[in-house]
Write a protein that binds this ligand. Structure first.
Ligand code: ZN
Length: 465
């Protein structure tokens, strides 16, 4: 092992290889367990990334890519392996204002990339709670979703080209800038959402959008679940394509983020079972605001909405979004288990009731907080039971995931599989799908050195029942 570390050091220099206490320090502060890596390798270029992979490949050494370390499913756990931090490759290389594209290195922090784009009068629409630490490379390898998928799609829809280093160090350059390119297989898709198990993303070309010049945000209270999908449809039609977010909150979540010790103030009285944050992004503030208000008024007249408040200025808009993003409050209630599931909107109300019932049957006063992206069929489910003991975790997973099997839901809407959800992959994918995933893995990474053990169970060809 020390032999490999020495070789890495001679290729990447002292700043490129951290060991001992320096490596341990880098493994702190992750949103899920990162383990203790043998070393943290920090390439400053694609060429250095390739050299590192080549050496690890020759040595059969497992290597785990790190971005902002804000993944939630132990996808970055590098226990006993080499961590490959992309933190030195953080440049925004080019913003092309003619074709509307950005060429960016994998380690660029999402928020910094968005700011650079904004300074050029463009908009990169990916937005999520971890924006200040999550990296573009991490967003690609997890196919990040977030708050505006409804309008702009997930990361997959924004990536035009990729540069990837394969397991053996081969650099695969697929830095396409065009929206249309059907010359053969779209290879980049293999590296989007595959959590660093098939290759390491080093650079990307992403699609930019025109910067919106209007933003309208409202907070809405509704009295029954069915009103939420009705409101979604109503607003989508009435706004003629400018609806950009439709974030739902069950009352437990709303109360948590609007009552002390939370800093957020309740925009509406706390008397509704469900709340929705609705956002529109458009091109003309006055006209868009008038349309937005009229659409909400109509929803009230039709009885879909019980109560609503429209933000009057930017600080009120930001304050409404801050409630939705207040992960700090959620984390306060530790120990908690966090889940991220997808299911059809028509199944949601019954699903939530079933989960709550089953939890209450096994624990005294369990807490559940539910919020999510209704238009995407994506709910975030936060559960607090007992002292957070590991046996409880397995049982809660069973309760949260098992009802999804019969209704064609997914155990992972946007957080990925990592280590944490691996036992349940076969609950959302068919045995044939999982077998093909193993075939791809074996082809692209025959020695199994890329993020070993994540997503797929090593050695297994068919999903376990
Ligand atoms: Zn989310």
């Amino acid at each position: 092992m020390s032999d490999l570390i020495e070789k890495l050091r001679s290729e990447l220099g002292d700043a490129g290889v951290l060991t001992g206490a320096d490596a341990e320090e880098k493994a702190q502060g992750g949103w899920s367990h990162l383990g203790t890596p043998l070393a943290v390798v920090r390439p400053a270029s694609t060429e250095e990334t390739s050299k590192a992979l080549k050496l690890c490949h020759a040595a059969g050494q497992g290597i785990v890519a790190w971005g902002g370390k804000t993944g939630l499913v132990e996808g970055g756990n590098a226990e006993g392996m080499i961590a490959l931090s992309m933190e030195r490759m953080h440049a925004v290389e080019e913003i092309d204002t003619v074709s509307g594209t950005m060429t960016v290195q994998a380690g660029a922090v999402l928020e910094a990339a968005c700011d650079a784009v904004e300074a050029k009068g463009f908009f990169f629409p990916l937005d999520l709670g971890a924006r200040g630490s999550a990296t573009i490379g991490g967003n690609i390898s997890t196919n990040a979703g977030g708050n505006r998928v409804l309008r702009y799609g997930m990361m997959r829809e924004m990536v035009l080209g990729l540069e990837v280093v394969l397991a053996d160090g081969t650099v695969l350059s697929s830095m396409n800038h065009m929206l249309k390119n059907n010359a053969g297989y779209d290879l980049k898709q293999m590296f989007i959402g595959t959590e660093g198990t098939l290759g390491i993303v080093t650079r990307a070309v992403v699609r930019l959008r025109p910067a919106p010049s209007s933003q309208d945000v409202a907070f809405v209270g509704v009295s029954e679940f069915d009103a939420m999908p009705r409101l979604l449809r109503h607003m989508d039609v009435a706004l003629g394509g400018t609806l950009s977010a439709f974030e739902v909150m069950w009352e437990d979540f709303y109360n948590l983020v609007t009552r002390e010790p939370a800093l957020g103030k309740p925009p509406l009285a706390s008397t509704h079972p469900y709340y929705v944050l609705v956002e529109s992004l458009g091109g003309h503030q006055e006209e868009d605001s008038a349309r937005f208000e009229a659409a909400l008024m109509a929803a009230m007249e039709e009885g879909i909405v019980t109560d609503a408040v429209i933000a009057k200025n930017q600080s009120e808009r930001d304050a409404m979004w801050a409630l939705r993003d207040d992960v700090g409050q959620v984390a306060q209630n530790w120990p908690i288990f966090t889940y991220d599931v997808s299911l059809g909107i028509s199944h949601m109300e019954k699903y939530v009731a079933t989960v709550k019932e089953r939890l209450a049957a096994e624990w005294d006063s369990p807490t559940t907080m539910i919020f999510g992206h209704l238009g995407d069929g994506n709910l975030h489910v936060i559960v607090g039971v007992g002292d957070g003991e590991p046996e409880a975790r397995r049982r809660v997973e069973e309760i949260v995931y098992s009802p999804l099997r019969d209704i064609g839901g997914s155990v992972s809407a946007e957080h990925g599989i990592g280590l944490e959800k691996r036992p349940y992959l076969g609950w959302s994918r068919t045995p044939e799908e999982v077998a093909l995933m193993h075939t791809l893995k074996a082809t692209l990474d025959p020695k199994g050195i890329l993020n070993p053990g994540k997503v797929l169970e090593p050695g297994l060809k068919v999903a376990a029942e």
